[in-house]
Each structure stands twice: as structure tokens, then as C-alpha cells.
Design a protein around this ligand. Structure first.
Ligand SMILES: Nc1ncnc2c1ncn2[C@@H]1O[C@H](COP(=O)(O)OP(=O)(O)OP(=O)(O)O)[C@@H](O)[C@H]1O
Ligand SMILES: O=C(O)C1=C[C@@H](O)[C@@H](O)[C@H](O)C1
Ligand SMILES: [Mg+2]
Length: 199
């Protein structure tokens, strides 16, 4: 599936669609296990920019784990907190933001991300995702009788939305975290270089 490419947006200092100054956040989206947290941390280290992981921020604010939040308050509550946290961290303007796997599915979140930076989909195949998530009980949506089938269904349902990202980067099993980070930086430099310009 082709990634939607949003080219030709304004340079540094130009007015963004939200009426403010163009923001240069780099926002990683994609399935659970695609590597958003791992690649985001590496991008932050390389670029020297602040790093936010929306899942971690939600857990910190609630002083509970994501499975505990889902169990006590439900998914709708979690999604509301996720949107709040995302809006807050986008406000920094110059951050690397790793989202949770479902954040991009809400239209308001997609709009906010598009208005405040570049979205990067880490496009990872089902079997690689499964190898990475199968042993960890930290994803409540996979606590089903058939977690592999659930992961497969979620990927099939979500691909069409992830593919709307500004930039798509294949995240293959054979690529190291450093490789994928290099690919992300090369794609941003190629398609939206102003995101990487120094202030
Ligand atoms: N080449 C690689 N690229 C990215 N992650 C990798 C790679 N190889 C191994 N991993 C590991 O895969 C695991 C899953 O990655 P990570 O937690 O970053 O995914 P995620 O997209 O943030 O998932 P979630 O949506 O559940 O937060 C991590 O333990 C990470 O270190
Ligand atoms: O794909 C998803 O919907 C999720 C992914 C994780 O990052 C967490 O945000 C949570 O487990 C939900
Ligand atoms: Mg993560």
C-alpha cells in the first residue's frame, strides 16, 4: 500500500495549518511491537531532541500500568487520556514522540499530529510483530484466546489508516534499531528537510 506523502508544506517559521508557527515534532506511529519506542529513543539520542512516549506518560500520570488502566477504567478512558497526553507533548514543538499503537486511529489525533509535525509509520510485517509481542503480557488488546489472530486482524483493520502517514518506513526483522533509525532520518531529509533544520 502506498504511503500518502504530504509534500511541500511550509518551511521553518511559516504559518502552520493550526494558525501557529510550524512545529517540527517527529511522531512515530504503527502497530504494537513495530519499534516506535525503541526507534523514538534512538532518534532522540541522535538529534538531541526531547523524547516522549505517550504510553509511558499515561502510566506515569495515572501511577498505573496500561493493563491496570484498561482493567479498572476501560479502553475508552485510556483513549481519552491518550489524546490529552498527545496534545500536551505535541505542544513542545520540537520533540520525538512515540505513540501507542491505537493513537493514530482517532481522527482528532491524526489532525493534531499533522498540524504539529511529521508522522512516520514504522511498517512492520505480522510475523515480526508477533515475535516481538508474543512473550509480553503488557498489551491488553492481545489478552484473547487467539492473540496471533487478534494481532493479524488489528493489522488488517489498521493498515489503511497507518498508510495515511506523511512518511512510511519499512521496519524489517533483519534491520537493527540503528538501521531503521537511519532509514527514518533519510526519508525525513528527503521529504521534509525543514523538520531536521537546526533552530
Ligand atoms: N530492529 C528493531 N527495531 C525495533 N525494535 C526492535 C528491533 N529489534 C528488536 N526490537 C525490540 O522489539 C521490541 C518492541 O519494540 P517497541 O516496544 O519499541 O515497540 P512499540 O512499537 O513501541 O510497541 P507498543 O505500541 O506496544 O508500545 C523492543 O523490545 C525492541 O527493543
Ligand atoms: O495497539 C494498541 O491499541 C495499543 C498499543 C500499545 O502501545 C498501548 O497503547 C495499548 O496497549 C494499546
Ligand atoms: Mg511503545
Amino acid at each position: 500500500m502506498q504511503c500518502h506523502q504530504q509534500l511541500g508544506r511550509g518551511g521553518r517559521g511559516e504559518t502552520a495549518a493550526n494558525g501557529g508557527v510550524m512545529r517540527r515534532n517527529i511522531v512515530l506511529i504503527g502497530m504494537m511491537g513495530a519499534g516506535k519506542t525503541a526507534i523514538g529513543a534512538e532518534l532522540s539520542r541522535r538529534l538531541g531532541r526531547p523524547f516522549w512516549d505517550t504510553d509511558s506518560e499515561i502510566e506515569r500520570a495515572a501511577a498505573m500500568t496500561i493493563p491496570e488502566i484498561f482493567a479498572r477504567d476501560g479502553e475508552d478512558f485510556f483513549r481519552a487520556r491518550e489524546s490529552e497526553v498527545l496534545a500536551r507533548v505535541l505542544g513542545g514543538g520540537d520533540s520525538i514522540i512515540s505513540t501507542g499503537g491505537g493513537a493514530w486511529l482517532r481522527e482528532t489525533n491524526r489532525q493534531r499530529i499533522s498540524q504539529n509535525g511529521v508522522s512516520v509509520w514504522l511498517d512492520c510485517d505480522l510475523d515480526t510483530l508477533w515475535q516481538r509481542v508474543r512473550s509480553r503480557p503488557t498489551r491488553p488488546l492481545l489478552q484473547t484466546a487467539d492473540p496471533y489472530g487478534t494481532l493479524e486482524r488489528l493489522l488488517a483493520e489498521r493498515r489503511q489508516f497507518y498508510a495515511q502517514a506523511d512518511i512510511c518506513v519499512p521496519a524489517s526483522r533483519s534491520d537493527t534499531i540503528e538501521d531503521t533509525t537511519n532509514h527514518v532520518l533519510a526519508e525525513i531529509k528527503n521529504k521534509q528537510p525543514m523538520i531536521l533544520e537546526a533552530e
